[in-house]
Design a protein around this ligand. Structure first.
Ligand code: CTP
Length: 400
């Protein structure tokens, strides 16, 4: 269970309505529970034709509501209690019919009653046939909901149940989790701020098929971007190639080389409140990229390298500047030296020789060093939890 995550201890009302995508709602319920949330499921009559209340009950270990007037259900007596307790209401899948009811504010079943009675954020994940989605009525209803600050998650394009290819598929669980975290944190302590995060290892081409790169997985930078989003920041992620999916509701700018990252970061910081450079940027690049694949001939090959621009040094302006220092020896002295050479407000130092830290792991053990060179050593934490500790420091810097 990811108790560090944005969904830990959250009370989530999951409304499920009648679409074939109901099977995906079971997976969503399961992942929400695994993330530490308490999930109450409300099934529409249509949904019960696709999936059973028992399936959700088995996953969430909570009663499932299907009928407003079922005398056996607590909901009959206290049908607004769930609405008042919820931290968030998620309707997934949401049919065209339910979206229309929500837009009108109707309250004729447990789910719509709960939505109308709740002041919690609302996430709606449409799932329907492409023509139903494009119908002006559906579009107008979605627009109405957006104007009320409802977060509309999807739909995605792809193969629909009808066999046609088009827009209308419910988003997959990992993306929906991102939307839910975003909606929960929308008014968080970083709301109104823009945070630029860099991630991944840059790739410096040698020839059309070869590059110089490093072992950075990008996980630290992606976790930072998600944590900033989940606290309400407008988040821009400038990323070198990684195998990670784009975090939803983060503005992702994909780059390859150190120079491309430099150009993108320098442009983005013009409107940023903070820059956090988690990327492993190449310090050297081949002086020239061979036009054709280099063939093997001599026993030795020399590639001339030239220094790349130090992005942190080049980034100047009225924003909080955070760097990382990945070291294999003399962690604290090396990191302290970078605070002044790169003019940083904060440096995040990690010891690459520590098995809990560094490339590819889901955890990190870092030491934070501020401009005053005070050292704060953190325990081993998930990269998401490390991100929040860094963002706590960034927030303090904003306030000072
Ligand atoms: N960095 C940067 N531009 C570069 C190289 C590094 O902005 N061309 C940033 C990194 O993103 C990181 C910090 O500088 O936030 C420190 O990176 P690191 O590789 O630890 O240090 P270097 O400055 O490259 O110094 P060295 O390799 O000598 O340790």
């Amino acid at each position: 269970m990811n108790v560090d995550g944005p969904l830990a201890d959250k009370r989530i009302v999951l409304g499920v309505t009648g679409s074939i995508a109901c099977y995906k709602a079971l997976d969503l319920a399961s992942k929400l529970v695994q993330a530490g949330a308490l999930v109450d499921t409300l099934l529409s009559y249509g949904a019960t034709q696709f999936v059973t209340p028992l399936a959700f009950r088995s996953i969430t270990h909570r009663p499932v509501v299907t009928d407003t007037f079922d005398p056996e259900s607590e909901f009959a007596n206290e049908h607004v209690a769930l609405a008042h307790q919820a931290d968030i209401v998620v309707v997934a899948p949401a049919t065209a019919h339910t979206i229309a009811k929500l837009a009108l504010g109707l309250a004729d079943d447990p789910l719509t009653t709960t939505v109308v009675a709740s002041a919690a954020p609302l996430v709606v994940a449409p799932a329907m046939d492409g023509n139903m989605f494009h119908h002006p009525a559906t579009q107008e209803n979605l627009e109405k909901l957006r104007r009320r600050d409802v977060v509309i998650a999807g739909p995605a394009s792809g193969r629909l149940a009808s066999g046609l290819i088009g827009v209308g598929r419910m988003l997959e669980t990992p993306e929906l989790l991102g939307y839910i975290a975003f909606a929960l944190g929308r008014n968080g302590d970083l709301a109104g701020r823009t945070i630029v995060v860099s991630a991944g290892g840059t790739m410096e081409p040698i020839d059309p098929v070869r590059v110089i790169t490093n072992h950075s997985s990008g996980k630290m930078g992606y976790a930072l971007a998600e944590a900033a989003r989940d606290r309400g920041a407008r988040t821009v992620l400038v990323t070198a190639p990684t195998s990670l999916p784009d975090p939803p509701l983060v503005e992702v700018i994909k780059v390859g080389t150190a120079q491309q990252m430099c150009d993108a970061v320098l442009k983005q910081v013009e409107t940023a409140d903070a820059l956090i450079m988690a990327a492993a940027v190449a310090d050297y690049r081949p002086t020239a990229e061979a036009e054709q694949k280099i063939k093997k001939s001599a026993d030795e090959l020399t590639i001339n390298l030239a220094r790349t621009t130090d992005i942190l040094q080049a980034a100047k302006g009225n924003f909080v500047k955070v760097g990382f220092a990945a070291e294999t020896q003399d962690l604290v002295p090396n990191a302290k030296a970078k605070v002044s050479s790169k003019d940083l407000d904060l440096i995040v130092a990690n010891d690459l020789t520590d098995p809990d830290s560094g490339f590819g792991t889901d955890t990190n053990k870092v030491t934070l060093i501020g401009r005053d060179l005070q050292v704060e050593e953190l325990p081993v934490l998930t990269k998401y939890a490390v991100s929040n500790r860094i963002l706590d420091r960034v927030l303090t810097l904003f306030r000072s």
